[in-house]
Design a protein around this ligand. Sequence first.
Ligand code: HEC
Length: 212
Amino acid sequence: MSRTSLGSGPRLHLGLGLLILALGAVLLSGCASPKMSWQTMAAQPKFVSYDENPFFRDQMSNRPQVPNTVARGFIASPTSAYVTGKDAAGNEVSEFPYPVTMAMMERGQERYNIYCTPCHGYTGVGNGVVVQRGYPQPPSFYDPRLINAPVGHFVNAMNAGWARMPTYAFQVNASDRWAIAAYIRALQFSQNVNVQNMSAEQRQQVEAGGSP
Ligand code: HEC
């Protein structure tokens, strides 16, 4: 009597354990096993790329991009004034899309010195080393036509290229184009400062041969 009652407990646990093991083996054996007779996940009803799909009017399961969708990391459309420097009517814009700060100016100077000086030169008169070795000479940025040109003119030249100058859109991103344009404006201003508008200290520096 005492032996039976002692023995029934462990035997029950063993049976339950085996059942759980067997169930687990079935459930964990994977869905795509070819031996299984029931429907597998891989064979569920679905449309794969280029399948015909009667649900849509064009009968295609691939859906076209929603117009004007902006992908992650692409904030500007390639035809926007921010990218091209031109408004919808094709006119060069005369305002910066974001405030001109000292940090932006320094960024513009750095980028200008890297990408534009080979031809336009450090001061922008158009005497870069490449030009000294035979490349067509660009006009000086101090040409009155370029002093009066709207800021979008410079952004447009960088984005689309200008006559014999190739596009710099691949080297210089949209935000940097505006920074470079701001720096070119500063260069232009630097050559046209009225001495009367300088402080006594700045005048002394210029007279001593330094930069103000
Ligand atoms: C490989 C030489 C080269 C480099 C580098 C270069 N440019 Fe030019 N750029 C030229 C030449 C040459 C012209 C004149 C093209 C013509 O009129 O045929 C020009 C013209 C321009 C004009 C138009 C001037 C006008 O007549 O209205 C602007 C603005 C300009 N460049 C800005 C830049 C900026 C900003 C950079 C730097 C991102 C740059 N360029 C880099 C060669 C260069």
